[in-house]
Design a protein around this ligand. Structure first.
Ligand code: ATP
Length: 222
């Protein structure tokens, strides 16, 4: 038996969002996180009523059901419904703190956001605690690559870049995914569905079938 350093426990990817509805860009991002960081699992975490944004259009029950359908055939992608539980605060920092307690101090956590979210990170509740709990993976998003970041976020972005790819810490580092920007948004998909379209061809077939069966995102609900 080798007497080398014990292997670092496998990291876990975490991906929160309203997923209203879940679409192909969400899935491509989650798979890129899994594959680029060689993670065993990525947990998608549908949010309740997000503190920073208007309420979602579809109910929590529908968004959760669609997310479950979307990951059913994707190895390593799972759904974590904790933010939909009664009494959940809805703040990412609380979700990350609970997950950190569950997995212990040494397991790398990777929390994934799009570049649009990075630009507003300094408005998140206790945002400076986020990187004490997890690493951050950022996906490029069309329209958000060239805007200057707020100075405090930019300082974090510059100083926390992950370079030692073989040995990620449990928390505290930032990494940009290499995935090319994917020009898909739930807002555009909802508008297309309301106009009678198929969601711009960006919905997994099982999700589109669910939307049609439950008559979601019709003109009167947008
Ligand atoms: P909406 O149009 O309703 O705002 P959204 O897909 O941006 O939809 P969420 O479902 O909350 O909203 O997104 C979850 C996460 O995925 C966020 O971090 C968001 O930045 C990111 N994201 C969503 N779509 C893309 C995309 N095309 N490219 C990069 N990141 C994305």
């Amino acid at each position: 038996m080798s007497a080398g350093k014990p292997a670092r426990p496998a990291g876990i990817g975490l991906y929160g969002g309203t997923f209203d509805p879940i679409h192909s860009a969400h899935l491509r991002l989650a798979c890129a996180l899994r594959d680029e960081l060689a993670l065993d699992s990525v947990r998608l975490i549908p949010s309740g009523v997000p503190p920073h944004r208007p309420p979602p259009h579809a109910s929590a029950v529908h968004r959760l059901a669609m997310a479950r359908l979307a990951v059913a055939d994707e190895p390593g992608l799972d759904i974590d419904a904790r933010e939909l539980a009664p009494g959940a605060s809805g703040y990412t920092v609380d979700t990350l703190a609970a997950l950190r307690r569950e997995v212990g101090p040494s397991r790398p956590l990777w929390w994934l956001i799009g570049a649009d979210q990075l630009a507003g990170l300094d408005r998140w509740h206790r945002w400076q605690d986020l990187l004490t709990l997890a690493n951050l993976a950022v996906a490029a998003r069309p329209g958000f690559g060239t805007l200057p970041l707020p100075p405090a976020v930019d300082a974090l972005w510059q100083s926390r870049q992950a370079t030692d790819f073989a040995n990620f810490p449990a928390a505290g580092r930032i990494r940009a995914l290499t995935l090319s920007p994917v020009d898909v948004s739930a807002t555009a998909i909802r508008a297309d569905l309301a106009a009678g379209g198929d969601g711009l061809g960006a919905l997994p077939p099982a999700v589109l079938g669910y939307i049609r069966r439950h008559r979601l995102y019709r003109i009167e609900s947008i």
